[in-house]
Structures are given as structure tokens and as C-alpha cells.
Design a protein around this ligand. Structure first.
Ligand SMILES: NC(=O)C1=CN([C@@H]2O[C@H](COP(=O)(O)OP(=O)(O)OC[C@H]3O[C@@H](n4cnc5c(N)ncnc54)[C@H](O)[C@@H]3O)[C@@H](O)[C@H]2O)C=CC1
Ligand SMILES: O=C(O)[C@@H]1CCC=N1
Length: 289
């Protein structure tokens, strides 16, 4: 019988925000057992203690224990920052097996460069998830190397569908996915910060300003989801001719809100590509990024 996700041993190299978001989602949805999850970092013991006590999973920074975690894993998930790729990959190179599945969440790092840096032909799934995976509402873009078999392809999709939605895209689209949904939550939070601030400046209590902002964003997202109407049409329904909303949209247009968002998405995509290229360049030149 082929490997089931509920039985798979999953090792996370890097135990930061993105690794925790995925792990929390997997455990909460009961798609993975805490005992089958292994998390590793470089040295932060407090962080590992928190992860063990919060989720009941295995976590270590001890080199021998990490080697054992990797040796026993069916799926290895790369969750370190781009700047740590070079040093981390130097250790990993001799510890991975061709019959494991490698999942990378590292922004900008191509499958070809991952294969070259790790000197491997193992199946690689390059993903771009987001932190909303924490509560099962993640949005993940995903591409596969040509040698990912059907079982592993299914497992990877199942793993990220457990924590949200998955779009399988051509690899050259993962940068724009980063701009839209990888970085996207930050734009929404930034928007909420500004809206709350304006409410407070206008005399609302902090609590009221926060609640009204939150419910507005939640309600608007649910309206798009449940009515199946386009955002532009829903916006039109709020905007009475010559009314308050029309005046507000004019103000946003004066500040080039739409262009600002488009620029933000494109800059995130470009920066993600740059980070990936810097990793390879620095690695070839033998220096750290
Ligand atoms: N935070 C986000 O919203 C998203 C992040 N990503 C990607 O996820 C990756 C991780 O990002 P974050 O979780 O935000 O970073 P973070 O800084 O919160 O976590 C990075 C972790 O990697 C560990 N680490 C570094 N070197 C290591 C080594 N040699 N061996 C083992 N562990 C090592 C650190 O100790 C830390 O636990 C990045 O490559 C980023 O591009 C992708 C999508 C969204
Ligand atoms: O900011 C970053 O580089 C990562 C990638 C997308 C979200 N966080």
C-alpha cells in the first residue's frame, strides 16, 4: 500500500513562522500526527521547548538527533530563510536520500538550483504558502520537479490542502504567486492598521476601531466568496453616486492605491527572484548572502 500522509514522517528544517503555520494546520486538521513531526533549528532552545509543549511534536537542534530525524523522514520540508540556505544545505547534502520527498518553501529558490546545491535527483516540490495556513485558510502555489512520482505528488497536494487551498502552477509563476498570496497577508494587515488608525484619529475607541475594521475585512472577503460576484461589482453596490464612498475612492485614486498594490505585488515577485539568484551566486562564489 502506498504511503499515507497520516503515517508519513515529516521533518522540518527550520522552525520559524512558516514551519509553525504549516505544522499547526496539519495537527489541528488531524492530517498528521504530532509524533510523526520532527522540527529542527540551529540553536534556539526556547523556541524548540515551546514547539514541543504546544504541539507534542519532536524538536531538536542537536546535530546527531537532527541527523536521525532526517534519516527517518519520508518528507523533508525546507523552511529556512534564503540567507541560511548555503550553510544549511552544506549539512543537508549528505543526509538526504533519493527516495525521500523534498518540499521547499524558500522564496525564489528554483528547483534546478535546489537540485544543484544539494547535488540530488530526489523529487522536489517547490511551494509558496502563506501564514494563514496556521488556521487552515492558507493559499499555496506549488510546482513539481519532473521526477516527483504520483504518490508524492498526491501527498504534497494533500499536505497543503490540509491547511488551505493549493494552486499547481508552472514554476516560473511562483514569483508572482509570492507577490499575490505569499506576501499578500501583510498588505491586508497594513491596510487594517491604517483603517484602525483612522478610526481612532476620528474619535473611536481602540476596541471599536479594531472590531469594526476586522468585521469589515471579514465581511467583504466572505461577500466575494459567498455571492460569487466580482469585487468590482460589489464595490459598485457600496458606492452611491456622489456619495461618501465615491469620495473615499477618489481619495484612494489620488494616492494611487490601485497602482500601489500592483507595484507591491510586482516588487515582492522581483525581490523573491533576486533572493533566489543571490543564493546561487553567493554559493558559486563561496560566500554568504
Ligand atoms: N513567513 C512567511 O509568510 C513565508 C515564508 N516563506 C519562506 O519560508 C522560509 C522561512 O521563513 P520564516 O519562517 O518566515 O523564517 P523564520 O526566521 O521565522 O524561521 C527560519 C528558521 O530557520 C532556522 N534555520 C536557519 N538555519 C538553519 C539550519 N542551518 N538548520 C536548521 N534550521 C535553520 C532558524 O533557526 C529558524 O527557526 C523562508 O525561506 C521564506 O522565504 C514562504 C512563504 C511565506
Ligand atoms: O517576505 C518574504 O520574503 C517571505 C516570502 C513571502 C512571505 N514572506
Amino acid at each position: 500500500m502506498s504511503l499515507q500522509l497520516s503515517q508519513a514522517k515529516i521533518a522540518f528544517v527550520g522552525a520559524g513562522s512558516m514551519a509553525e503555520a504549516i505544522v499547526r494546520g496539519l495537527i489541528q486538521t488531524e492530517v498528521a500526527q504530532p509524533g510523526n513531526i520532527y522540527m529542527m533549528n540551529r540553536s534556539n532552545q526556547d523556541r524548540l521547548a515551546y514547539l514541543r509543549s504546544e504541539y507534542g511534536l519532536n524538536a531538536s537542534s542537536d546535530p546527531q538527533t537532527k541527523e536521525n530525524y532526517l534519516a527517518g523522514a519520508d518528507i523533508v520540508v525546507l523552511c529556512m530563510k534564503p540567507k541560511d540556505v548555503e550553510s544549511s544545505f552544506a549539512e543537508l547534502r549528505s543526509q538526504l536520500r533519493e527516495n525521500q520527498l523534498l518540499v521547499s518553501v524558500i522564496a525564489g529558490l528554483s528547483i534546478a538550483k535546489t537540485e544543484a546545491l544539494l547535488d540530488t535527483h530526489m523529487g522536489i516540490v517547490r511551494t509558496m504558502p502563506n501564514t494563514s495556513s496556521t488556521i487552515g485558510l492558507g493559499a499555496t502555489g506549488m510546482s513539481f520537479s519532473s521526477n516527483v512520482n504520483e504518490t508524492y505528488r498526491g501527498l504534497a497536494i494533500q499536505m497543503f490542502e490540509a491547511v488551505g487551498i493549493v494552486s499547481v502552477v508552472d514554476e516560473d509563476k511562483l514569483e508572482i504567486v509570492t507577490g499575490v498570496s505569499g506576501s499578500g497577508p501583510a498588505y491586508v494587515y497594513y491596510f487594517m492598521e491604517a483603517m484602525t488608525q483612522a478610526g481612532i484619529d476620528g474619535g473611536l475607541s481602540l476596541e471599536d476601531a479594531k472590531q469594526l475594521t476586522l468585521q469589515t475585512v471579514l465581511g467583504a472577503a466572505h461577500m466575494v466568496q459567498h455571492t460569487n460576484e466580482e469585487p468590482a461589482e460589489l464595490r459598485r453596490k457600496v458606492t452611491s453616486p456622489n456619495g461618501a464612498t465615491a469620495a473615499a475612492i477618489e481619495a484612494l485614486d489620488r494616492f494611487q492605491f490601485r497602482e500601489g498594490i500592483i507595484q507591491a505585488v510586482n516588487r515582492s515577485a522581483e525581490r523573491s527572484k533576486e533572493m533566489g539568484e543571490q543564493i546561487a551566486a553567493a554559493s558559486t562564489a563561496g560566500k554568504s548572502v
